[in-house]
Every structure is written in structure tokens, then in C-alpha cells.
Design a protein around this ligand. Structure first.
Ligand code: ADE
Length: 325
């Protein structure tokens, strides 16, 4: 008989996870899948009401035979004090922390030239410093002594993140932080990895509301593949219900992704199936990041001239044969 698979019901029975941003979108899918596998989940975000409602909804789906439970603990991850309070409340309640999922984050769309220092700092504080606070606190308070697994959700920022440079920079930094901590914390038996999904439908919504007049073709190129969720669709109050569909031809997969396709990757990385994986970033993008660039550059003649010589002459003639050399 061959070795048995780790993938089975009850895989995470009696484990405890913190999922920041765990009440909505991808974070909610991650929390739901962890619960399904028997893990107790503490969901955390700033908005207490929405968080509690999400916890209630998820609680109803836990079968009576499961040891899992879900708890909502509000926390602003930008604040080190609030993160300390979150971690100590989890330890008080459950007496262990096996997993941390850094999914909480946020950004607004803006050309870099229009970003205020305050706006830049807010995004870097949430996406980078918030993630650092959570990693550091679960490590010092629990994982340093007991080991554990951490997964941070980043983004498809491999070719830059035009119109959201702050979050691109912060997510790239989390990719690097993941590598540093994988080495620093290896001796504690802590594995830390990242997951990089294509951008969420939420990004489409904010983009489209700013640029309603963008030509359909360019818009659909820009949209590309996305993680699609019903909530994001319902949140979209615009007059373009076709937007999600428009991006499909520009994806290698010819369909959008769903949050459950991100959560399965996260659960894999948290599980012992990934026991030899640390410091890695797993792209969950159906190859999108290898496929096209999303940013339209308008025609311009602002680029510095190439050096003079026969190659430039030949190039100019190729572009405009009528041009007098
Ligand atoms: N999600 C977005 N921003 C957040 C923050 N500051 N704290 C926790 N979760 C968040």
C-alpha cells in the first residue's frame, strides 16, 4: 500500500487559525474552508458589525459533529497594540495558534503623481506593516515555541501595479518579508509562504467607477482574469453587468477565478501536504501573469531619442519611408 494522502475530512480538527480580513471575499472563503476541515477560526477586521454577521453566517454551516468554532475579533492591523490584543485574546480562548492567514488589506486606485503621503502611508501601513505586526506577534507569543504555518495573500504585482503603486510596492515587500521570515523562523518549525491571486473583482469595480469612459476593448484588456465573487458582483451598482464577462477572452483560462480557488491553495500551504514548502509564493492566476500587460500606454513621442547613426536612420526609414534622411 502507498503512503496515505493528507487530504481528508477533519484534516485540521482541533487546529486554530487567525484569518485577517476573514469576513469578506477571499478571506471569507479561506475561513469557510478551514472550518469545513475542522479548524477553529478567528476572523478579524476593522468592521465589527460586518465581521459578527459573517461569523454568524459561517457558524450556522458548521455541523454539530465538528470540533470547529468561529469567533469574530475586531482589530485594526495597523496598530501594534490592537494586534497584540487580538493574539492574546485568541490564546486566552483557544490556548494555541496553529495558522495565521494575512489576508486583511486594502488600497485605492490613483496615479502615483496624485497620491498624498498620507494615502501612501495608509496603504503601506495596512498591507505591509499590518502583515508584519501579525507575523511578529503570533511568532513571539506562540509560534516561536510551538511552530506553526503562516500564509500571506499578496497580489499579481509582478509587472508593477500601475494606478495602485502603493499596494504594488507593499505586496512586493510582503513577498520579500515572507522569504526573510522563512529563514529567520525555520529553527522554530515555522513555515511561511505567500499566495498571489489575480486581482479581485473589487478592483474592477473601483477602476470602472473612476474611468467610466474607457474604451471597451482597452477596458477588457485591463480587466484580464479576475477573482470573481457574488458579493463583489452584488456590490457593483454600475450599469455594466457585462464587465466581468468582458475580461474572459484575455485570460489563459477563458474564465474568471473564484475565491474558493484561492482558499484551496491556502489550505494546501497550511497543511502538512506542504511540510517541505517555505519561503515560496504560489501564484493562483491560471498563468495570467505570464500572458499580457494590462496597462495602456497612449501614443507619445516623449521617449528620449536613440543615438544617431545608421541604425537610427534605418529605423526611421522603416517607420516612415517618406521621411528624408
Ligand atoms: N482590512 C483592511 N484594512 C484593515 C485594517 N487596517 N485592519 C484589519 N483589517 C483590514
Amino acid at each position: 500500500m502507498g503512503a496515505s494522502s493528507v487530504f481528508r475530512p477533519g484534516l485540521f480538527n482541533h487546529k486554530v487559525a487567525i484569518v485577517t480580513g476573514g469576513g469578506t471575499g477571499i478571506g471569507k472563503a479561506i475561513s469557510a474552508e478551514l472550518l469545513e476541515l475542522g479548524c477553529s477560526v478567528v476572523i478579524s477586521s476593522r468592521k465589527a458589525d460586518r465581521l459578527e454577521a459573517a461569523a454568524r453566517e459561517m457558524r450556522q454551516k458548521i455541523p454539530p459533529s465538528s470540533p470547529a468554532s468561529v469567533t469574530a475579533v475586531p482589530c485594526n492591523i495597523r496598530s501594534e497594540e490592537e494586534v497584540k490584543a487580538l493574539v492574546s485574546s485568541v490564546l486566552k480562548r483557544y490556548d494555541r495558534i496553529d495558522f495565521l492567514v494575512n489576508n486583511g488589506g486594502g488600497q485605492f486606485r490613483s496615479p502615483a503623481e496624485d497620491m498624498s503621503s498620507k494615502g501612501w502611508k495608509a496603504v503601506v501601513d495596512t498591507n505591509l506593516t499590518g502583515t508584519f505586526h501579525c507575523c511578529k506577534e503570533v511568532y513571539t507569543a506562540w509560534m516561536k515555541e510551538h511552530g506553526g504555518a503562516i500564509v500571506s495573500i499578496i497580489a499579481n504585482m509582478w509587472n508593477g501595479f500601475p494606478d495602485a503603486a502603493h499596494t504594488g510596492a507593499a505586496r512586493a515587500a510582503v513577498d520579500n518579508l515572507t522569504k526573510s521570515l522563512a529563514i529567520e523562523w525555520a529553527a522554530s518549525g515555522v513555515r511561511i509562504n505567500a499566495v498571489a491571486p489575480v486581482r479581485t473583482a473589487q478592483h474592477i469595480i473601483s477602476f470602472v467607477s473612476v474611468f467610466q469612459d474607457v474604451h471597451d476593448f482597452h477596458l477588457s484588456v485591463w480587466l484580464q482574469g479576475k477573482i470573481f465573487s457574488k458579493t463583489a458582483m452584488e456590490n457593483y451598482k454600475g450599469n455594466r453587468p457585462d464587465l466581468f464577462k468582458m475580461s474572459v477572452p484575455f485570460t489563459p483560462s477563458k474564465r474568471l477565478g473564484v475565491p474558493e480557488e484561492v482558499s484551496s491553495a491556502v489550505c494546501f500551504l497550511l497543511s502538512s501536504a506542504a511540510s517541505y514548502i517555505s519561503g515560496a509564493t504560489l501564484k493562483v492566476d491560471a498563468g495570467q501573469s505570464l500572458y499580457t500587460s494590462m496597462w495602456e500606454i497612449p501614443n507619445h513621442s516623449a521617449w528620449p531619442e536613440a543615438p544617431e547613426g545608421e541604425n537610427l536612420d534605418a529605423l526611421n526609414e522603416l517607420v516612415d519611408p517618406k521621411r528624408k534622411l
